[in-house]
Design a protein around this ligand. Structure first.
Ligand SMILES: Cc1cc2nc3c(=O)[nH]c(=O)nc-3n(C[C@H](O)[C@H](O)[C@H](O)COP(=O)(O)O)c2cc1C
Ligand SMILES: O=C(O)C(=O)c1ccccc1
Length: 384
């Protein structure tokens, strides 16, 4: 089986009928393609990073320092990329990262993303700040996890978790690196912030506990509802011992997202968490931060036998995925590339972006001499 690589054959065969893919198969070029076709506000929001953009650049540079050392005369003609993460069966070690406010790039937003992912059986991680209510996105039917921006109001928190569980989200991803938005010059220069225009507030505005805390409904007084939204999701009143609250209100596995320091990873394991996602939020939060890939090996080594280690920030190609897996990740989350796919061609665009990555990964794995992700160790790489 080398099913993901079939996309390569499919593309060449369609060429015989004069069809070419909807946009480039090279995700490292997607950003510039998207820039020429997107509105400046939404493009800047998606592409932008914290401060100088240094962390987002560092994420990419870290991948370039690790080189794959291919093996020959191994049995890699047929490959099996499937794996299981937090109880979810994956066709390949790739999930779609939680990305809020997707309606700013395409009117169908997260619903289109969820449909494309469901068709491929690739799990989505739906953001708390999605443009569509979590129940509407669940209707796409694919494997799904829910990402929590941990609200300051416990009633709202419990209510969101109840709804996510009822709608079939099977794992919880708690994002800890974004209790306020960083200094983001690209957005500041355009004075562009989607939430102030009521994008990305659908889960809250449809939530009974959120609505109960308002004098007038969000439909009758939108500015007041937005103000409550901002105050709910801003601030640092959370501590490690409060993870117990999430355990009480969520039956499935829990992952902590935004882990960069090995001591935080150890603490997550001590607190009984099921996974950590090594991530610097795609370079959107701390300017000058460690590249996420450079944080990965130490964390995987320290806690890889106690919980599942996932990774995101800077994944663009199959080689990037291979490198993260070899350095200890069980699976990776894809961020911006699928959002550019959504912007460029809606549901079909997400499908194309994801299929391209999976095919590239499948071929790169095989050509490097490996049959399965589990065979990858740091020995597959050399740091230069
Ligand atoms: C436009 C945008 C919105 C995002 N929204 C969220 C979010 O709502 N919740 C979250 O946990 N992470 C969010 N992230 C971070 C991603 O989940 C992920 O960590 C990051 O995009 C990975 O880096 P990459 O884009 O370089 O692949 C967002 C990222 C972008 C680009
Ligand atoms: O923009 C982001 O990076 C992000 O994580 C976010 C935060 C709040 C709402 C939507 C997205």
């Amino acid at each position: 089986m080398a099913e993901h690589a079939q996309y390569q054959n499919e593309i060449y065969l369609q060429g015989l009928a004069d069809h070419v893919p909807p946009f480039t198969t090279d995700a490292t070029r997607l950003e510039s393609v998207a820039e020429s076709r997107m509105e400046p506000g939404p493009f800047g929001y998606v592409a932008g990073g914290a401060g100088s953009g240094d962390t987002a650049r560092a994420n990419r540079e870290a991948f370039a320092r690790w080189r794959i050392v291919p093996r020959v005369l191994t049995d890699a003609t047929t490959r099996d990329l499937s794996t299981t993460v937090l109880g979810t069966a994956l066709p390949a070690p790739v999930l779609l990262a939680p990305i809020g406010v997707q309606s700013i790039v395409h009117p169908d937003g997260e619903v289109a993303t969820a449909r494309a992912a469901a068709a491929l059986d690739v799990p989505i991680v739906l953001s708390t700040a999605s443009s569509y209510p979590l129940e509407d996105v669940a209707a796409a039917g694919g494997p799904r996890w829910f990402q929590l921006y941990w609200p300051n109001d416990p009633e709202v928190c419990a209510s969101l978790l109840r709804r996510a569980e009822a709608a079939g989200y099977t794992a919880l991803v708690v994002t800890l690196d974004t209790w306020t938005l960083a200094w983001r010059p690209r957005d500041l220069d355009q004075a562009y912030l989607p939430f102030l225009r009521a994008s990305g507030v659908a889960n809250a505005f449809t939530d009974p506990a959120f609505r109960a805390g308002l004098e007038k409904s969000p439909e009758d007084d939108q500015p007041m509802a937005i103000l409550r939204w901002v105050s709910l999701f801003t601030g640092t009143d959370k501590r490690w011992d409060q993870l117990a609250f999430l355990r009480e209100h969520w039956d499935g596995p829990i992952a902590l997202k935004g882990i960069q320091h090995v001591d935080d990873a150890r603490r997550a394991a001590d607190e009984g968490m099921d996974a950590v996602i090594v991530s610097n939020h795609g370079g959107r939060q701390v300017d000058g931060a460690l590249a996420a890939l450079d944080a990965l090996p130490e964390i995987a080594q320290a806690v890889g036998d106690r919980l599942e280690v996932l990774f995101d920030s800077g994944i663009r190609t199959g080689a990037d995925v291979l490198k993260a897996l070899a350095l200890g990740a069980k699976a990776v989350l894809l961020g911006r590339p699928y959002v550019y796919g959504l912007a460029l061609a809606g549901e079909a665009g997400v499908r194309h972006a994801v299929r391209s990555l999976l095919a590239d990964l499948d071929l790169t794995l095989g050509l490097s001499g490996y049959r399965t992700p589990a065979e990858l160790t740091p020995d597959a790489l050399r740091r230069v």
